[in-house]
Design a protein around this ligand. Structure first.
Ligand code: MN
Length: 205
């Protein structure tokens, strides 16, 4: 099975706490968006059937190669580069799905739900493992954290995922979000930045 896009949930301790979970290192879990949900346009159309769409700023990892059962020590060899992404979430629909023990797609995998900035190659960025992660809405800081607060690090995510799925070139992994998630409304401007990767600006339309 090929993962087009996998997103790790609750990967920053403070975000796990704000969502009501124990931040201890329980096994990671993943859900998928569709590859067609990726959107580099810089605009996020407010989606239907929700009144509570949240921003989640995330480090994006792009693979250049894949395989199964990738050992931890070889995991970073499969990375092409990095970027900034937003895991936009219909939180009200996700919350209802969680409560009922149902899948999250209705809250997570809708059209244009994954705004992304340009991907930059490892030759330019190295493998970022620390640095500020921030999201501003209309100039006000809403989310802030540091890549070094990730509970599961990038090599661990790749290795773990490859035990369950065959990873492939072009696969995108979004690596979880720091605390401070919250709603946006039409007209808002979201400004996501990660040290060394620049800034992604997305307007809610
Ligand atoms: Mn997320």
């Amino acid at each position: 099975m090929r993962i087009e896009e996998a997103i790790i949930g609750r990967n920053y301790a403070a975000h796990a706490v704000e969502m009501g979970h124990d931040p201890d290192r329980e096994a990671p879990f993943f859900f998928q968006k569709n590859s067609s949900n990726l959107d580099p346009s810089g605009e996020f159309p407010y989606p239907d059937k929700t009144s509570d769409v949240h921003h989640e700023v995330e480090l994006v990892v792009a693979l250049k190669s894949g395989g199964t059962n990738i050992p931890l020590g070889k995991a970073l060899d499969h990375v092409w580069g990095y970027g900034i992404g937003l895991d936009m979430t219909r939180r009200d629909l996700q919350g209802e799905a969680k409560k009922l023990g149902r899948p999250w797609e209705i809250g997570k995998a809708f059209e244009r739900s994954a705004p992304v900035g340009p991907l930059r190659p490892v030759s330019e960025t190295g493998h970022p493992s620390q640095g500020r992660v921030e999201l501003k809405v209309n100039g006000d800081v809403r989310q802030e954290g540091d890549l070094n607060q990730m509970i599961w690090k990038v090599p661990e995510m790749i290795s773990y995922l490859s035990e369950y799925f065959e990873l492939a070139p072009g696969d995108i992994i979004m690596s979880g979000t720091p605390s401070g998630v919250g709603p946006v409304v039409k007209g808002d401007s979201m400004e996501a930045s990660i040290d060394g990767l620049g800034t992604l600006t997305v307007r809610v339309v």
